[in-house]
Ligand binder design. Structure first.
Ligand code: HEC
Length: 154
């Protein structure tokens, strides 16, 4: 059987996938920057959640992720300026209509990340005890990601 028909079928699918990615072409690329900042936060928060959920807590890598998240926690916010709601933004329009609530969500998140970092510094040596304590400190971080997304992310 010739391979040509198959390639012919695949090509339009590939084009569609490529068109799905709208590029941020504005000066300074604020939307692209905030999205990249969120993806970086996910890279350090997600592995902590996995360790705690799957019972694979490992003190040193967990500490590194918590430190990293604390370093990244302020990164997205300055990129939510006025006139930054355009494709490829996945923000909800309400974000700019409710600046105070958005700021409160942001601040709750920043406090939760800071509290997690401190909890990691104080964590017991014994792994099971540490994991239990860190579950309690990690939960508000995850809850604040979710809460803000429910309100302000499409
Ligand atoms: C205070 C609000 C808020 C908090 C807290 C928050 N996010 Fe978001 N997040 C948003 C908004 C708004 C967007 C949509 C940004 C856009 O596209 O304009 C977003 C987008 C994202 C994206 C998609 C980025 C992309 O490539 O399009 C990821 C991933 C993400 N957030 C992860 C997280 C994680 C993980 C946390 C917690 C550790 C978190 N966010 C906390 C508001 C928040």
């Amino acid at each position: 059987m010739s391979r040509k028909p198959l390639l012919f079928l695949l090509f339009p699918v590939f084009l569609l996938a490529a068109c799905g990615e709208v590029e941020d072409t504005r000066p300074g690329k604020p939307v692209a920057h905030r999205q990249a900042a969120f993806r970086a936060m996910l890279k350090s928060s997600e592995p902590m959640g996995i360790q705690l959920r799957e019972g694979t807590y490992q003190a040193e890598t967990f500490r590194q992720h918590a430190e990293k998240l604390a370093q990244l926690k302020d990164a997205p916010w300055d990129y939510f300026g006025a006139d930054t709601q355009y494709p490829p933004s996945k923000s909800d329009d309400r974000l700019w209509q409710e600046p105070e609530t958005f700021a409160a969500e942001r601040d709750a998140f920043i406090r939760a990340v800071e509290a997690l970092r401190l909890a990691v510094q104080d964590a017991p040596e014994e792994a099971e005890q540490a994991a239990e304590r860190l579950k309690a400190a990690y939960a508000p971080v995850e809850a604040s990601c979710r809460s803000c997304h429910r309100r302000y992310k499409r």
